[in-house]
Ligand binder design. Structure first.
Ligand SMILES: [Zn+2]
Length: 269
């Protein structure tokens, strides 16, 4: 499943390719799962619209749509497990599992492809901000206040989309490792210095992953839809039994909040 840095990379790549283009017509498939708004609503919002901007909100891709007459709308795409947004020349064959095709004035097509259909397509008139705080924009003070008010294990609090939106399993484990905080600790037991460290580590990890992905933007949205391969070097996530990079103690894996959770039992307190 794409995490925040990947979605940011995809949204930036789409912005570079389709911002300023114009949607002439829309085809929506007949599978109901991806349609959070009805096919009619989606077509009405997209057809004839000008794509002003593409951006990321949490783990969603948001297209800001403008039109000469009628309200501005937002087209919100969640990629789910296997969803992809492709920008393709019209003559390139439409792949199977395509659920939406938007024909652009430039002659290209914007296609939403999703074999497993956990992705979601939605249109809105109001500004989409998502349920929680944006992890890259929240201040250290607000972050401390948010986590100080939670009795959940800190790892679960990081994954709680009502607090922060877009932080997934990998970046939760990696930021806790860097902040040297044990994932099971109750969020409200963290000291102010620990909360500051965690806030800084989370933003640093996410920014590093976005920077690493910047070079492979084109891979994400190319006509053939091959996903780019980029990631920060994992220090905890997926390293069960391997020596900690700081102290050589084997990295431990537990299940917390239903997710595989990796940490160093010596470095993380
Ligand atoms: Zn260690």
């Amino acid at each position: 499943m794409p995490e925040l840095p990947e979605v940011e990379t995809i949204a930036n790549g789409l912005h570079k390719r389709v911002a300023g283009d114009h949607i002439e017509s829309v085809w929506v498939g007949n599978k109901p799962e991806p349609l959070k708004s009805s096919a009619v609503e989606i077509s009405r919002a997209l057809e004839g619209a000008h794509i002003e901007r593409v951006r990321r909100v949490g783990k969603h891709i948001v297209f800001n749509l403008q039109r000469d007459e009628g309200p501005a709308r937002q087209w919100i795409v969640h990629l789910g497990m296997t969803g992809r947004m492709l920008v393709a020349a019209a003559e390139i064959e439409v792949p199977s599992h395509t659920h939406l095709v938007a024909k652009l004035a430039s002659g290209r097509e914007l296609r939403f492809v999703d074999p497993r259909r956990f992705g979601r397509l939605e249109v809105r008139e109001s500004d989409f901000t998502g349920p929680g705080h944006e992890p890259l924009q929240i201040t250290a003070e607000d972050f401390a206040r948010l986590f100080h008010g939670s009795k959940a294990p800190v790892k679960a609090a990081l994954l709680n989309q009502k607090l922060l939106h877009g932080v997934g399993n990998i970046y939760a484990d990696e930021s806790l490792f860097r902040a040297r905080i044990r994932p099971r600790r109750r969020a409200n037991t963290l000291t102010q210095p620990e909360l500051r460290k965690l806030h800084a580590a989370l933003q640093k990890v996410l920014k590093a992953a976005i920077a690493a992905g910047g070079s492979s933007i084109s891979d994400y949205v190319d006509a053939d839809g091959e996903a780019g391969h980029f990631q920060i070097q994992h220090r905890a996530y997926g390293r069960e039994g391997k020596p900690c990079m700081v102290c050589k103690t084997p990295i431990k894996k537990i299940v917390l909040a239903g997710r595989g959770t990796h940490y160093c039992p010596k470095c993380q307190k």
